[in-house]
Design a protein around this ligand. Sequence first.
Ligand code: GLY
Ligand code: MN
Ligand code: MN
Length: 435
Amino acid sequence: MQTEYARRREQLLAKIGKGTAVFRSAPMAVMHHDVEYNFRQESDFFYLTGFNEPNAVAVLTNQHAEHRFVLFVQPKDLEKETWTGYRVGVEAAKEKFGADEVYPINELEEKLTQYLILADRIYYHLGRDRPFNTLILDQWQSLMATYPKRGTGPIALEDPAPTLHPLRLRKSAAELDRMRQAIAISVEAHNHAREFARPGRYEYEVQAEMEHLFRLRGGMGPAYPSIVASGANACVLHYTENTRQMQNQDLLLIDAGCSYDYYNGDITRTFPVDGKFTPEQKAIYEIVLAAQLQAIAQVHPGKPYGQIHDAAVRVLVEGLLDLKLLTGDIEEIIKEEKYKPFYMHRTGHWLGLDVHDVGVYQQGEQPQNLAPGQVLTVEPGIYISPYIKPVEGQPEVDPRWHGIGIRIEDDVLVTAHGHEVLTEGVPKSVEEMER
Ligand code: GLY
Ligand code: MN
Ligand code: MN
């Protein structure tokens, strides 16, 4: 794996030319007084280093005679390590992570300048860590103060996103291995959940069964807060309370995925808790499934990303028109987004180290075209909240539809000649959702 991190750094170094890139590790996040969340490394930092500690900085540059990859890390400190865990330390980091030079983090201010002074720009993402932003800006300011004397130095600050994130968008074989593992565990958990859920059980019991498997199979845990939403709870997109007792005639919407070695699964299925769709539930389910299949069919190298959403919306609107939940001209409904009370989110996102992974969906006026190695989710839905307010001119919704919320989400890899549905191990046909 070290060669893969090295290869990524070389790719970035080739793109940044005379610039110097500075990456900050994730901070420790406070849960409540004296207690911190589990540490999770910042994804750009991890992608380039594999280094898994807080309070670290990585520098990449072509503008230093010997040092192209430099790490600043927490030094060994046996007393502190007794409390907060082992640290790699300065000596071992050089060896283990392939850095040309490693310094203790408290020397950052003093040692960073030598890597910026000959750069023509600083690649740095202004993040939420204000003191750290200030440190970088102060360095930039003092280098610009002495710029006239040298006639060289970083005259621009540039976010690394457009340079780095296209690399992250296309997954390597090693990344796909991890994604397949994250997805295999997620698939198993979804299949178990469908067997386990039944009227009388609580949403949190289903959540517990799934998250138990996430850890049992060696995953890091949930990739995001698990959504286990029965009945009308499914109409709240990010419902995560998971406290309700499931009833006969409920649908259960489960949106949950496992994180494995930093990569993530993201799967949604919706099924009847008592094993049988009501006619209304079935009618909506069939529309969402048709929309999802039509959207997945768009995933092909060279096709614009936006076509996935457009295809899903068209099928959803056709279905809602058939059921008379919408009325009027299909083109106008789509153009004016009159379907939005039923479908208010986009049809998916990139998937990778981050669940909503980096990378753009549109290149300004130009479309972002799909390319092999990209992984994305396809997740259309229809949500008929009891509080739904159709747009002006559209019919009121008959209460028999109220409380139906359905989403179907798969993870799809763009291949050389089409696509592969990585999550196909979880069934989704009407017949397979019933029992
Ligand atoms: N669960 C987050 C998402 O599906 O995007
Ligand atoms: Mn999801
Ligand atoms: Mn998703």
